[in-house]
Design a protein around this ligand. Sequence first.
Ligand code: HEM
Length: 362
Amino acid sequence: MVWAITHHDTLQELLADPRVGKNAQLWTTFREGRLPEGWPLLNFVTVPGMVTADGADHRRLRGLVTQAFTPRRIAELAPAVEARAERLLDGLAGLEGEFDLREHFAYPLPMQVIGELLGLDVTQQDELHELSDTLVSSSATPQAAIAAQQGLFALLGSVIAAKREKPGDDLTTDLIAAREEGDRLSEQELVGTLLLMLVAGHETTLNLITNAVRALLAHPDQLRLVLDGKATWSAVVEETLRYDSPVGQFPLRYAAEDIEVGGVLIRRGEALLASYAAAGRDSGHHPEADRFDVTRAPSRHLSFGHGPHFCLGAGLARLEAETALRGLFGRYPTLVAADGPAPEPIASFVSNSVRKLPVRIG
Ligand code: HEM
């Protein structure tokens, strides 16, 4: 039994409820070995790291990387993010006719930024992206899911081996140092943490930039407000997070005790799915929830999560998305969606965006 939590207020309450945990051992179906062989989301719910840990374990694992995401560290990254965005925007000028904005702009920017933070070799980035796409897919075949997991662990293993040999000025090297200093991090947690940083650090921001551009092109009046200085890029980012959450749903949480919420009894050992995209459209919380409105009073969306697992990279994601949008529409204010059928959604209930975003410079 899995409960999808789709109402904003209920979701907010449960995300901060100490009776709800993230360690899969709390889940009766998992503990009793009743999941089907090759279940595509198995990696997702068992990867060793902060995202599947509770209490002291969670604090230990999260504490190892928080230093890299303080507001000061994020502010220091701003010039580098800006420079990367500018270089990618230069590249768009050379593309003729229609092109896929997701592939040529929304993907490489966050991938290059997280790649540099983690000290990844640029030649490995596309392969890591393809494997991580399969990991967040909820429709991958069991064979593909297992192969993606093995591929990712093998690649990240080789990254760790290379950094052990030749340390750098990056988060991977810092995590290896923490591993080697004592019992602060197991080898499996080291790989799991890198995997989490890689996947969380680019798939989500890629979706945010894609979804924001798509919403602005579909609502030219809203784009005009920003270009005329009547609304900010920050407001566009926040409204996109609410209107079209980059993380559709996040698997899984588990009731450690019986919990009664909204007149419903969630029994101990049952699983909960945080339905962020649905909560953003909850008209009980957001008036006219289906309207994309960049002048809305700051919307208290939950799209970066809430409670102890609140997104560690929220500041970085906001910086990247604002820089990307300001740069893109500053340089190409005549950008339009290409003619043709509506773009297809990604086949995933975790990752919420479209597979391609065909555009042209009008
Ligand atoms: C956690 C969303 C970007 C790293 C989360 C969660 C959400 C989220 C909803 C909570 C998951 C849950 O427990 O239900 C997003 C969105 C992003 C984004 C929408 C971009 C638009 C990033 C970036 C990074 C990052 C850029 C790192 C560079 C993390 C980590 C966690 C997390 C490490 C786990 C925190 C924990 O378990 O304590 N994110 N994220 N995220 N995010 Fe993000």
